[in-house]
Design a protein around this ligand. Sequence first.
Ligand SMILES: [Fe+2]
Ligand SMILES: [Fe+2]
Length: 276
Amino acid sequence: GSDPSQIYQPDGGKDKENFRNYTSGPLLDRVYTTYKLMHTHQTVDFVRKKHVEFGGFSFKKMTVMEAVDLLDGLVDESDPDVDFPNSFHAFQTAEGIRKAHPDKDWFHLVGLLHDLGKVLVMAGEPQWSVVGDTFPVGCRPQKSVVFWDSTFQDNPDIKDPRYCTEYGMYEPHCGLENVLMSWGHDEYMYQMMKFNKFSLPPEAFYMIRFHSFYPWHTGGDYRHLCSPHDLSMLPWVQEFNKFDLYTKSEDLPDVSELRPYYQSLIDKYCPGILRW
Ligand SMILES: [Fe+2]
Ligand SMILES: [Fe+2]
């Protein structure tokens, strides 16, 4: 694949190794606080409750573009690289994919859609239950989880014999579809797309469902839970991730110019008023 960091020069030429810095930087306190709350409160019981609470999709009725506009009001407090509204990030990601994969219009739309699950914040959910990297609950957290050594000590699952071993409540290589991930915008959006019958290929659903699972797609952990299907999908998730991460730039796009193209993709793959 092509390298979007060669296409974009984020922040006047920010280098790749300067993204996702969790040891220093102006936003670090805000980022750490969000992860501390997430790693304390995301438990098996909590995630199961959220699936029930939001699985009926009765929080709001709106179009995809209305959801993009809602993200004008959201700054992601887990993100050490971005301090501007998430709507710009949606278009930046989509445009990066469009330049590198001009023939795959459905992939462009994945860029626009991938973070729309963050509308959960508008439903009153705290950021630690919406944003940030995800990890499997129901088994011991692995070392590539951000801040893993200083943020889990107050999570009750860490002392629960059902959940505190390497496999916890899972069978070896059970497949990520059978793993309960920490609750957030990935899983919610995946379920929402299924519920509303988006006519996108399986790769699109998969990329959105696991795009924040950095400990897996970038950290290389959790292979003991993966099926062959997961490993066959991993290159798609990693290809998507390049654009999700390296197109982040304070150089904000002119969204009004881009809207008509993305509206045409919405009309093709996920038209009309949808249930969220
Ligand atoms: Fe995301
Ligand atoms: Fe994103």
